[in-house]
Design a protein around this ligand. Structure first.
Ligand code: HEC
Length: 108
């Protein structure tokens, strides 16, 4: 019996750690964006800076830069690896920062 309880607890912890996005905070994501991304990307107007505007990013079908369908995965890939003229943020942003950032990008 106690073993069953133990495995449920272990399962709950495993599931919780697989879902960091569940408690992602768009307001923190906004801060990350202002610090790391805003110098090259507009969030509120559809106008190019150094990089394409990210306004309505998640309402679009495809990324402007590489034509990939817009999804958590393709946006994260861009952020982690960078692009032509965009630095890679793989070592700069924590998993939490990235989850918060995605949550924020979905609000603009
Ligand atoms: C030094 C300028 C610069 C910074 C800083 C920067 N980007 Fe970019 N970003 C670019 C450029 C330039 C492109 C176009 C890349 C290409 O065409 O390959 C781009 C492309 C993108 C794209 C793809 C958009 C599309 O429609 O194709 C996303 C998403 C993106 N950036 C998100 C971010 C996020 C999030 C941050 C902050 C963590 C960030 N960028 C920081 C310059 C920048």
């Amino acid at each position: 019996m106690s073993r069953t309880i133990f495995s449920f607890a272990a399962l709950a912890i495993a599931v919780a750690s697989m879902l960091p996005a569940a408690d992602a905070d768009p307001e923190k994501g906004n801060e990350v964006f202002d610090e790391q991304c805003a110098q090259c990307h507009h969030a509120y107007k559809d106008e190019k800076k150094a990089g394409p505007s990210l306004k309505w990013l998640f309402s679009r079908d495809k990324l402007e830069s590489n034509g990939k369908p817009v999804s958590d995965g393709s946006v994260l890939e861009m952020v982690e690896k960078g692009g032509r003229g965009m630095p890679a943020f793989k070592g700069t942003l924590s998993e939490e920062d990235k989850a918060d950032l995605l949550a924020y990008l979905k609000t603009i």
